[in-house]
Design a binder for this molecule. Sequence first.
Ligand code: NAX
Length: 329
Amino acid sequence: SKAPVRVAVTGAAGQIGYSLLFRIAAGELLGKDQPVILQLLDLPQAQKAVKGVIMELEDCAFPLLAGVVATDDPNVAFKDANIALLVGARPRGPGMERKDLLTENAKIFTVQGAAIGQYADPDIKVLVVGNPCNTNAYIAKEVAVKYGRVKAKNFTGMLRLDHNRALSQLAAKTGRDVASLKSLVVWGNHSPTMYADYRYVTSNGDKVKALINDEAWNKDVFLPTVGKRGAAIIEARGLSSAASAANAAIDHVRDWVLGSKGEWVTMGIPSDGSYGIPEGIIFGFPVTTENGEYKIVQGLEIDAFSQERINITLAELQEEREGVKDLLA
Ligand code: NAX
């Protein structure tokens, strides 16, 4: 049988962690024949809750769960890790400005980036879920690569929840099966500025844009619905999205590792300059994946409306980068 893969998960005691860990241990992340060792990181005050989660993991008697490590030390959590899901982050407290949120998280991701850079498997694949996820991924990447071991291209941020949210809105609007919808893109930042672009989406060979045939719906309904979905869930549930976020994290990493079989998926990845996005910024792009590598879908025409939306989400990311510049100097 295969050697176990080490999967580090931060924020293990949180609500996304509670949805995520059981699915990883069940083989939904890396395949039903791939044993995993979970390396769980959370804050010191959350260690008791992590213990409780581990008791439940034990009680599932998952055949693929080859071991569990619980720690409050990033250097231990990321040791030899092959995959890292960075979920834990500082939530926005009452009266906290966006800028404070950015700086508080920058500190966390600087520490974790350094631990990954020094102790993880050099081929580690990192997905940042904790918000602001694009900029947190950017920080972890910038810090980690300074140690000269891990690869910048392997630091990614999660746009997949936005992608899946957009797919389900399109399925509802067209009455088509969600599984029939291909070639969606979500450009940019995981924030309400993200641009869900369905110009290329097809369903069983039909152009979804032609099926919908309503430009006003795009601007007035679709984009705001997808962009504000997180807030709508908080309003309805009294808690932020967790099971759907965990599901998207699994989709993201599974497709990255096991391949998208020619289909486009959205990943937040360090830009290589494609589509005029400055190099290094973590930006949502359409990619295909094969053999553990992603490749940006090239040559898509960017019309005036799309360019305008891409500029808005890019400007936000550049502003966030500017806000953490001093911490990375
Ligand atoms: P919870 O507050 O339930 O859990 C967060 C956990 O992280 C807690 O157990 C906390 O102790 C831990 N933590 C905090 N700082 C840590 C650190 N420095 N090291 C290790 N662990 C730490 O939040 P949850 O609902 O699980 O959400 C986690 C993060 O995901 C939040 O930042 C949230 O904003 C973000 N989300 C991102 C999404 C995306 O699409 N990218 C969607 C869902 C979610 O909103």
